[in-house]
Design a binder for this molecule. Structure first.
Ligand SMILES: Cc1cc2nc3c(=O)[nH]c(=O)nc-3n(C[C@H](O)[C@H](O)[C@H](O)COP(=O)(O)O)c2cc1C
Length: 319
């Protein structure tokens, strides 16, 4: 068998995605048939972590418009990769800016053309619109998305609405008041990523990646929470409208943008306190009425890997 070459792309502020990459690639460590190349994306001007609130909010216009920053040159290589794994986090319902920059780089254009790509997302819980954008970015460079794996922060939507921003703004991940769980993705979910490693291993052994079809199917790779879709769509529109105004005033970091960014924050708070609860009730009713349409949409967003679990038993034996 030819040696299979895998390219793994990542960027992480807290290191969470690097831990996931470690877990995912560990089973390949002693595999002589597989060679993995890791590339870490480095913005020329690093984003802060933890963030201060103003800088955090100030990067939403560029995120939503995929206006990527400059990144350090990606060291070229002569490898012809069999599989590419792009791990990424979501920033304002879009792929994070460093990863967007990677997808627009010369290196990505050259190396990812006609290559099977697996995306692996680690985020709070709102990733569907970001993945739609990821699909477009991959299409633009003729890369072929074959799988999407999604890991989200532990706890309810309400809990992570507190724990994730607290983590981003203070760096603290500990459990709060015994009510809120630890911030970030659970240890258990990270551990269980190895089921994908073995499914990938088996598929590579059988050259299945060449078919450009899912190789991580049947492993509960994604689960779209339809309760969040309308919020994602609404928030995207609002980010685009306000983002376009803010971008007219100046670029990311420009002090002149501050008043409008703060006004937008105020607007968001008002919307969250008034429109969001009413809309939630309307959406519950609409989802009940349009059950079939909702299920169809869910399936579509879960492509190409799907939400089935029929191979879980086969691959859960691995740790
Ligand atoms: C600027 C910013 C915006 C974010 N926006 C979202 C979002 O829209 N949806 C979401 O699920 N998570 C969002 N997150 C959380 C990240 O996706 C991710 O979970 C977190 O940044 C940890 O990733 P890390 O590996 O870089 O540390 C955001 C984080 C940051 C820093």
């Amino acid at each position: 068998m030819n040696i299979k070459k895998i390219l793994v792309i990542s960027y992480s502020q807290s290191g969470q995605l690097y831990n996931i990459v470690d877990k995912l690639t560990k089973p390949f460590e002693n595999d002589n048939n597989v060679q993995i190349t890791y590339k870490v994306i480095k913005p020329k001007k690093p984003y802060p972590f933890p963030w201060d609130f103003m800088t955090f909010m100030d990067c939403f216009p560029e995120s939503i418009y995929l206006d990527s920053p400059q990144i350090e040159d990606i060291k070229d290589d002569t490898n012809d990769y069999d599989l590419v794994i792009i791990t990424y986090q979501v920033w304002f319902l879009s792929p994070s800016l460093p990863i967007t920059a990677f997808l627009k780089s010369k290196y990505a254009k050259n190396k990812l053309k006609n290559k099977p790509v697996i995306t692996l997302i680690g985020c709070r819980n709102m990733w569907v619109m970001a993945q739609e954008k990821m699909k477009e970015l991959l299409k633009n460079i003729d890369a072929k998305l074959i799988d999407n794996i999604v890991l989200i922060d532990q706890g309810s939507s309400l809990a992570t609405f507190i724990t994730t921003p607290r983590w981003m703004l203070t760096g603290k991940t500990n459990s709060l008041f015994g009510i809120f769980p630890k911030a970030g993705i659970s240890k258990e979910d990270i551990k269980n990523v190895s089921r994908f490693s073995y499914a990938i291993k088996d598929a590579l052994n059988k050259n299945k990646e060449k078919n450009f079809r899912s190789i991580c199917y049947g492993l509960k790779a994604v689960n779209v929470d339809m309760k969040l879709i309308k919020s994602e769509q609404f928030a995207t529109k609002s980010f685009m409208i306000w983002g376009s105004l803010i971008r007219k005033i100046g670029s990311y970091g420009d002090k002149k943008r501050k008043p409008l960014v703060m006004l937008y924050v105020l607007f968001l708070v008002l919307i969250i306190l008034t429109v969001v609860p009413i809309n939630m009730i309307i959406q519950i009713i609409l989802r009940k009425i349009n059950k079939e349409k909702v299920l169809k949409e869910k399936k579509l967003y879960e492509e190409p890997s799907g939400n089935d679990d029929y191979r879980m038993k086969e691959y859960s034996k691995y740790e």
